[in-house]
Ligand binder design. Sequence first.
Ligand code: PMT
Length: 232
Amino acid sequence: AGPQPLAGRKVLVTAGGTIERLDPVRYITNDSSGKMGFALAEAARELGADVTLVCARTDGPPPSGVTVVKAPSAEEMLAAVMERLPEADAVVKAAAVADYRPAERHEHKMKKGAETMTLTLVRTPDILQAIGDWRRASDKLGTRRAPFVVGFAAETTDVERHALDKLARKRCDLIVANDVSAQGAGFGSDTNIVQVYGKEGLVLSLEQQSKRLVAERLWQLIAQRAGWSADG
Ligand code: PMT
């Protein structure tokens, strides 16, 4: 094995696209395959971490050697993440969480009726925001060192502006922006192209490479910024 900058660290990674049910056979979801989150979990395991992977809907099986927790919807993911937050040294949120869910979840399969139908959607909880609020509260109480928090930002326009806005609003330590309209980046592909922002602005820019390599570079950066590595 190579160097293990994450040895002895507990990390929490989220992956996949949440599914927000309308009835027992229908739901709203998105194009996330879980590949980015899986790559992060696998790379963290290789770098020595104790990894918990919180998964929504994904394509294919998760990597071996990590603890997998299923959390299909945004609300289930919120509960799964918040429960494990107190033990985590780092949280990386690669999952694509739905911003809205159907207001009503029908117990039985909905029947065909009128020519048109209107769906009412309501906001889901923002998990990253909840983590930020929790960190602020625990900072105030001075209870324990809060985990290092990394969000992702899937954007199609004005990537930098939106990423910096999310970093500030959701109070993360770093935000990984990917322009999901670029070829070879974002949803479903085996590669990604990302820019990582901290409070001071751009801190790392990675050109097109496998999600696995992107994941490794991200963990190296996290270990360094969190003060875990010898050269931190
Ligand atoms: O899974 P793949 O096919 O490999 O694709 C990877 C990816 C494109 C999904 C991934 O790289 C990515 O960008 N993930 C974040 C997608 C997303 O939901 O972005 P967002 O800009 O809508 O959200 C910003 C951040 O807030 C994310 O870390 C998200 O997990 C979080 N969030 C969003 C909504 C919500 N209700 N709760 C959240 O915590």
